[in-house]
Design a binder for this molecule. Sequence first.
Ligand code: SAH
Length: 401
Amino acid sequence: MIQIAKVILKENIKSRIKNGHPWIYENEIEKVEGEYESGDIVDVFYHSMDFLGKGYINNNSRIRVRLLTRKNIKIDKEFFVEKLKKILSIKSKLVKDTEGFRVVFSEADGLPGFVVDKFGEYLVIQIGSLGMEKLKPFLIDALVEVLSPKGIFEKSDYAAREREGLEKFRGWIYKNGPELIEFRMNGLVFYADTLGQKTGFFLDQRENVRLIKDFVGGKEVLDVFSYTGSFAAHSLKYGARHVILVDYSKRALDVANMILKKNGFDGKYELINANAFDFLRKLYKEGEKLFEVIILDPPAFAKSFEDRRRAYRGYKEINLRAMKLLKEGGTLVTASCSRVVTEQDFLIVLYDAASDAKKKIQILKRGNQPPDHAPTLNIFESFYLKFFIFNVDSEKLLAIQ
Ligand code: SAH
């Protein structure tokens, strides 16, 4: 029998680990006993030699071990089948009116380095760590057993893989499927683009996007950072007069075009392939075109704590300009998906933008992550999405009210 290496933690480690966080940093480890290779499963013990759990180890990562379980059980296909069943028993009650949802949300769902999105009868997965890469055969078998998909596409094409010593990869790994996977969500038809961004579609805004319903009827809407047009399609479904979509990805706009056509919104939208910062700056300088609703759903501007200041500047700039491009009493729909920017930070940035724009902004709706992306309080990194709908008024008008 192969002996599993033992990782023994230091005595005075933070309570984080004891309280449910799955990451063990290199400087929290006292010693490792036994042979192992990066990516292998190891047994983890407290300094007292009490058993803590099992996880996978990687010498190339500062997060040396990620725990998969706190029980002393085998990590095999059955282990993942049980995990998936448990996750689905919760999510199936909470996720409604959609053929697209996140089956596995990595750490928050107890499976570090693993993401699974379901679109119709297909699955798109992402593997972000060497340990999970080694467990891939079990993961695939478990997914097939529990969900019986028509096909599984792996979209492990993001930069974080390199830190784990992994190559990027993209392709069908179980049966086959279309390049654009069709699915229904909120009564609309969408495509997850297997050659697009992330898993092909941003399911995390699925519930927030419904919150725009009462604000867009009969309105001219600007959807900035549109990707494949989820906010645009919802705006039109909820009665918007016309939508302008802006994205610097030509491919995203091509797919948006197909989605909007498919839903019967021909002639009600315009696609603009541009850098959002330049576009907003230009409109602002021209000072003519005013919108009734502006949606800002940018990518994460900061990936690390060190980048935070740059992210604040980015958020401030686009929100400030949007506030100025809105008609009196207009609606600003604004989001941040940077994990390192807290809700409090984001609100302060918005407050700053409003002060400079001389606007009063009132929060009419707020949103965050839907239950299939539910954050786990014990793992604060799993909180990332902030979403607000503001009414934007000018200070001058308030003064004479
Ligand atoms: N609102 C979308 C998701 C947006 S993701 C939805 O609900 O589906 C962020 C998008 O911003 C991506 O499509 C990306 O191509 C685009 N993007 C990133 N930086 C940009 C920039 N500087 N200018 C224009 N688009 C940008």
